[in-house]
Design a protein around this ligand. Sequence first.
Ligand code: PMP
Length: 366
Amino acid sequence: MHALIDRLIRPEIRALRAYHVPPAAGLIKLDAMENPYAWPEALREDWLEALRDAAMHRYPDPRGGALQPALREAMGIPADMGLLLGNGSDELIQMLALAVAAPRAGERPKVLSVEPSFVMYRMIALFAGLDHVGVPLQPQDFSLDAERLLTTIEQEQPALVFLAYPNNPTGNLFDPDLIERVIEASPGLVIVDEAYAPFTDASFIPRLGHWPNLLVMRTVSKMGLAGLRLGYLAGPPAWLEQFDKVRLPYNINVLTQASAAFALRRRDVLDQQTQAIRSQRAALLASMGSIAGIHCYPSDANFILFRTAPGQAGAVFDGLLHRGVLIKNLDGAHPMLSDCLRVTVGTPDENAAFLEALSESLSSTQ
Ligand code: PMP
């Protein structure tokens, strides 16, 4: 069997390890940029009531037609722009990659993203047989290296450019004027990934339509609906019609469609939660800023990237885990992230527990 696996499975897939999600049972879970607030009991009752009518015996509406107007309204998507739904924005990245994947004139199309950034841009390029080009951010503040980025776009002619705005795992917003220059200089599509939109006022949605090659991608995951798996891509309808052809039929299930439509009707609850996370982020940053032995980076997202003294990130991560707090260890994920850890903003109680565990872990590792 192993010989057959070696023969049939592409070497680059064999070399991978499957996406790993660490077990979190019994831990304070601050590793995955989730909204820490569950729905209030009364809202759960209304939600269950709303699901009562879901037609479980039927396939779902293939394009989530009933959900689309609510999403458009909630996110302020211009009427002349198209909308494509994905099973999480991960699936949308995959659709984009699949649609451009065939080699032309012996050359594989390229996907460009900055680094460090969201790893799925590179992973999905690899899955789809595309070449990935990574352009380093400026190491001191993770801003765009404009000259290097524009030169690489000119040289590599990428079919797709992904820019996370704010960026994961660094938390910063890139200079919007530079993003505009990237859009103008790109021979292919530029996808501005606004997964963390609930935690910032900046957005490229009002600029949709200004350039024929700009698409904006969002997700409901970070606003408090990570369990639903729903992402959406907005942009010129002519592009979205093409990507719709590689969408698997019925990719958004009946329960997700009904639950998302319900949640958008009761968006006030999600908005209050994201507002609370925004103010908790400021409080957490201020508290972390006064802890000796770490350096924190500013954040426009619902997480904070911080750096320990050289060689200490692993011990601090383990110290937190030992005290019941799970965050993300990014040391080794990219050379620019050495000694870096990332914590998701939690409830005030979770943040307090994290801060205490962090102080203790730091003092026992120094
Ligand atoms: N884009 C960015 C920048 C992300 O950080 C993430 C999730 N970590 C995603 C997209 C994927 O989101 P979804 O849950 O919609 O697949």
